[in-house]
Design a protein around this ligand. Structure first.
Ligand SMILES: [Zn+2]
Ligand SMILES: [Zn+2]
Length: 133
């Protein structure tokens, strides 16, 4: 049990230190240097359990692409660039977050459902890719 929680803590630390929404494999490459001998299956298993317990966010991207992970739980939405696949954070202040949730609550009412939470991924062309043209 002791070993498992240590691994989980390290995985969480490494994820929180990265701002690039890594895949499990990208995280594994970092973690294997800090904890030699750890297997990729362990990384997958711990990420799943961290996500289940609400300690990290999972971003499901295009079909066939691996899930990306986020250690930042502040309210924000994501934009994934359709050219480079990079995921960018758009942070919302309290007022913007409230406006967004009010709007989503209103839209949810259109089908007589109750709004609980949202996970928004915008698609677009990031500023780096835009400047390449
Ligand atoms: Zn881009
Ligand atoms: Zn994010």
């Amino acid at each position: 049990m002791e070993r498992y929680s240590k691994q989980r803590e390290l995985i969480l630390d490494v994820l929180k230190s990265r701002k690039d929404h890594p895949t499990a494999e990208m995280l594994y490459n970092d973690i294997a240097q800090k904890m030699p001998g750890i297997g990729i299956a362990t990384v997958y298993r711990n990420l799943a359990s961290l996500y289940k317990s609400g300690k990290i966010e999972k971003i499901e991207t295009m079909q066939g692409d691996p899930d990306r992970f986020d250690g930042d739980l502040r309210p924000h939405i994501h934009l994934q660039c359709s050219k480079c696949n990079e995921i960018y954070d758009i942070f919302l202040d309290e007022e913007e977050n409230k406006q967004l949730n009010d709007k989503l609550t209103e839209l949810t009412k259109l089908i007589n459902a109750d709004f609980t939470s949202s996970k928004i991924i915008l698609k677009g062309i990031c500023k780096n890719c835009k400047n390449k043209n």
